[in-house]
Design a protein around this ligand. Structure first.
Ligand code: SF4
Length: 361
């Protein structure tokens, strides 16, 4: 494989075919950081409106650092993987206090910031600072594995290290950012996981797997494990003395979906009835007694490593002053007041049901 010819063919293709994306129109270290953080685990088409809203709301790192976490989570609401938002917010504070409000270009300084790993550091350094830093995400791994026809399992640590090494050799020293974006774009639009579009591929003549006819077998990866399923319960806890008000609680900051608001509840134990689970969970989390009433809806939802079915019930508060035992905060609210709080997608579905706008599943 001739490296200069491969780079040239890829860059010519990218110049003609790059998708018009908002972070490409107005590149800056902050814009690259936000977009690359959002793009981890999430498709481009989903990210675009969130990116626009986020940059509109927090146009500079200093504005993000000054915002409340609630405000950041509210802007992120619906995008999922909320740890990314919490890390962005925390890191923005550090960038302001330790780097004068500007992202550093030094790899170690970037890696010291919450939420910035080797991939994001490489993207910021190459795309925003034009430094010859490699990047390696799922798309880049797939492209390199096929270009080199790598037969080894890429989920093994030593093979991954080899891919990082290969990514650093490939990166174009003259236009590192554009080159890295081009490889990612190739993986996202042409060198697709199940059906690579080799006939349209600008680097077809440099691709060993295509030459050998092994592209459909690459990359070799670990077998996927069966995704576990859990039943989860949640209560719309109605106030005993005010029929307009019900309770919401804020999840602990460091846990899953940390900092988001929810209809309180938790996981059912094996063999436990949903009603009993709800009574137990509300006592453990909030020290309250409730009477479980009408079933509202069931919602199926998939997270990365597990699936849940959420069973939501109307419940009545019958005793106990709420306490923050398993939650960070709680409030009595009315339906219109919910717009001021950030919720995970499943809780938004409950809100829509309360507003009469949807049914479950
Ligand atoms: S020729 Fe096919 S397998 Fe090789 S990089 Fe291009 S799309 Fe991927």
């Amino acid at each position: 494989m001739s490296m200069p010819a491969l780079r040239r063919d890829l860059l010519i293709w990218f110049e003609e075919n790059a998708r018009d994306l908002p972070w490409r129109r107005d590149p800056s270290p902050y814009h690259t950081w936000v977009s690359e953080t959002m793009l981890q685990q999430t498709q481009v088409t989903t990210v675009v409106p969130y990116y626009n809203a986020f940059i509109n709301r927090f146009p500079y790192i200093a504005v993000l650092a000054d915002a409340t976490l609630d405000d950041v989570l509210k802007t992120w609401e619906g995008l999922g993987y909320y740890r990314r938002a919490r890390n962005l917010h925390k890191a923005a504070g550090i960038v302001v206090s330790e780097h004068g409000g500007e992202l550093p270009d030094d790899e170690q300084a970037l890696l010291a910031l919450p939420g910035i790993g080797r991939y994001t550091a490489g993207a910021i350094r190459s795309i925003a600072f034009a430094l010859p830093a490699p990047i390696l995400d799922g798309n880049v791994k797939r492209v390199i594995t096929r270009l080199d026809d790598i037969e080894e399992n890429i989920d093994n640590g030593p093979v991954e290290r080899k891919l990082w090494q290969r990514a650093s050799e490939l990166v174009d020293p003259k236009r590192p950012g554009v080159f890295n974006e081009a490889v990612m774009e190739l993986g996202a639009t042409i060198c697709l996981p199940q059906k690579p579009l080799c006939l349209l591929c600008p680097v077809q003549k440099h691709c060993l797997a295509q030459d050998r006819g092994t592209q459909y077998e690459r990359p070799v990866r670990n077998q996927r494990r069966k995704v576990p399923h859990y039943d989860v319960v949640a209560g719309i806890i109605w106030h005993a003395g005010d029929s307009e008000r019900f309770m919401i609680a804020q999840r602990p900051a460091e846990g899953m979906l940390g900092g988001l608001w929810e209809f309180p509840g938790g996981k059912q134990e094996p063999g436990e009835h949903a009603v009993n689970a709800l009574v137990r969970e509300l006592e453990e989390e909030l020290a309250i007694e409730v009477e479980v009433g009408e079933h509202l809806l069931d919602i199926d939802h998939a997270f990365t490593h597990f699936r849940i079915t959420l069973h939501a019930y109307h419940v009545r508060h019958i005793g106990g002053e709420p306490q923050c035992l398993g939650v960070d905060d709680w409030r009595w609210v009315t339906l219109p007041e919910l717009d001021g709080f950030a919720f995970a997608r499943t809780d938004r579905r409950i809100i829509e049901a309360l507003q009469g706008r949807s049914v479950g599943r």
